[in-house]
Design a protein around this ligand. Structure first.
Ligand SMILES: *Cc1c(COP(=O)(O)O)cnc(C)c1O
Length: 496
């Protein structure tokens, strides 16, 4: 197994090189040269393993240049009950008949990003060591809120690494901002951008391939890598929980071996749902992958029409981690579905850059429609859903997860599909206490983020995660805010 670039099929690197580099020099994303297959028996055999063991088995199919010992070093250190509040690492909750919540937020920062970012530092440092490189790895992150904190937690004080996080000043929740600006560690930096997430992401992408910055880093014995979901080392760990959950549902007697399930994912950058696609291609019996969006519904339109058009208003919503108009990981899907046609990918993404728009071929569109469905909902519908689900099932959804549940409700109404369904629950509701309280009719405009947590605890009775509670006593360390056009200079000044 090796890795190719979506923009140049001639590129051929090992998984260690793909993970260490983050993004291909041609601007393309690394993808496996073939998607490895698992038999149904192999998938079901996972049910008798711990989460780190399940992870090791799946990684061994993708990281074929890693030794078993190297893989176990990564999985055993990342997926422990010190970092996660459950030995199972993620949990499956029964919501209602045939509908299950895959809770991916039991890690240290209370969002699903921990599932990948707890292990990424081990994957990156192991990769760099394997390659015989003695450079310090500089991680640059653009975040819509959750990635930044999860990356900071993952990389803090990891030897041989340094991390800088950029977030949109007004695009993250008060709790997310507090989590990042109080970050501890000697190798971390955090900076706000006057702009939105796309500005931050475009800035970071441009810096990665900027010759001046790259050569300046090199002179100082440093190299870039990425902790965004453009890095294969972010995506691979996300495949694991879909395969693992399938085995778990069989183990729990919820589905029969071989029975198909739907997977619903609240989507932003298309990383999480793409991991579901890889799981399906590996052999997990999946009926539909349902892509749920908020008012930034560029993906809904794309999946329904085959035209990607980012020329539309950008909305700041109550599900900020999904406020994205350019979903980077879609490029990987289109590469696979187009039969690895790198010239088509180059054409479409050049068009996206120049006109904000591209249209896929009929053939690719047919394939998309076969595997995917899509829907979106407004903030008002999201809030209504949170209230209804809490009152009816006593289950508290965060604002992102609620988008997925609402879109799934609409899907069932429209199609009558009775397939058992796994809904990705991507954040602990306490991370978005203000919006969740508002949804429950208990808004309090004067309360700070910690008072909101206390209030939500009184209203819901749900346990407050320890890591959020502990923020109360932490000092704010990072207050810098810069213009979106000054990111390069800032990186040159502080990192190079
Ligand atoms: C990042 C995030 C998403 C979106 O996931 P993508 O992989 O970017 O599609 C959804 N919900 C939450 C809570 C997130 O943090």
């Amino acid at each position: 197994m090796y890795y190719k670039s979506t923009r140049d099929s001639g590129v051929k690197v090992t998984s260690a090189e793909a993970i260490a580099q983050g993004i291909s020099k041609d601007g393309g994303l690394f993808v496996p040269s073939g998607i490895p297959k698992l038999s149904l028996d192999e998938i079901i055999s996972l049910r008798d393993m711990s989460y780190p063991e399940r992870a090791a088995l799946i990684f061994s199919k993708y990281l074929t240049d890693f030794s078993n010992a190297e893989i176990r070093y990564c999985t055993d250190n990342a997926y422990t009950d010190k970092a996660f509040d459950t030995e199972n690492i993620c949990e499956i909750a029964h919501l209602f008949d045939g509908t299950y919540m895959l809770e991916l937020w039991h890690g240290p920062t209370c969002a699903f990003k921990d599932m990948a970012l707890q292990i990424l530092p081990y994957l990156v440092t192991t990769s760099v060591k394997k390659l015989g490189v003695s450079k310090k790895v500089v991680i640059l992150v653009a975040t819509s809120g959750d990635t930044g904190k999860a990356a900071l937690e993952g990389f803090k004080d990891v030897e041989g690494t340094q991390i800088m996080v950029f977030y949109p000043e007004d695009g993250v929740s008060a709790m997310q901002k507090k989590q990042m600006t109080t970050q501890e560690g000697g190798n971390v930096g955090v900076c706000a951008i006057k702009g939105n997430f796309d500005d931050a992401q475009n800035g970071v992408k441009a810096i990665f391939t900027d010759n001046e910055v790259v050569s300046s880093l090199e002179k100082n014995g440093k190299m870039f890598s990425s902790a965004n979901s453009i890095n294969w080392g972010r995506l691979a760990p996300q495949i694991i929980y879909y395969v693992s959950s399938y085995a778990q549902l069989v183990k729990n007697g919820e589905i029969k071996p071989g029975e198909k399930i739907n997977i619903v994912v609240p989507t932003g950058n298309f990383g999480n749902i793409l991991a579901g696609y890889y799981a399906k291609e590996m052999g997990v019996p999946v009926n539909k992958l349902i892509c749920a969006s908020n008012s930034n519904n560029v993906l809904t339109d794309f999946i329904e029409t085959g035209v990607y058009d980012r020329n539309r208003s950008f909305y700041t919503t109550i599900s900020p981690s999904m406020d994205i108009l350019i979903s980077s990981n879609l490029e990987r899907l289109l590469y696979h579905l187009s039969g690895e046609n790198d010239s088509l990918i180059r054409e479409w993404f050049a068009s996206l850059k120049e006109t904000g728009k591209y249209k896929v071929t009929d053939e690719v569109f047919e394939k998309i429609k076969k595997d995917f469905c899509a829907g979106y909902c407004s903030d008002a519908e999201t809030k209504d859903l949170i209230k209804r689900v809490f009152e009816r099932y006593y289950y508290l959804c965060d604002t992102h997860t609620a988008v997925a549940v609402k879109v799934y409700e609409d899907y069932v109404k429209k199609t009558g599909d009775k397939t058992r369904t796994l809904i990705a629950s991507t954040a602990n509701p306490y991370k978005f206490s203000g919006s969740v309280l508002d949804a429950l009719g208990e808004a309090d405009a004067n309360a700070d983020e910690f008072e909101l947590v206390d209030k939500l605890n009184k209203v819901s009775g749900m346990e407050v995660p320890k890591s959020l509670d502990e923020l109360k006593s932490k000092q704010v360390r990072f207050v810098q805010s810069i213009d979106k056009n000054d990111m390069k200079q800032y990186v040159l000044k502080t990192l190079a």
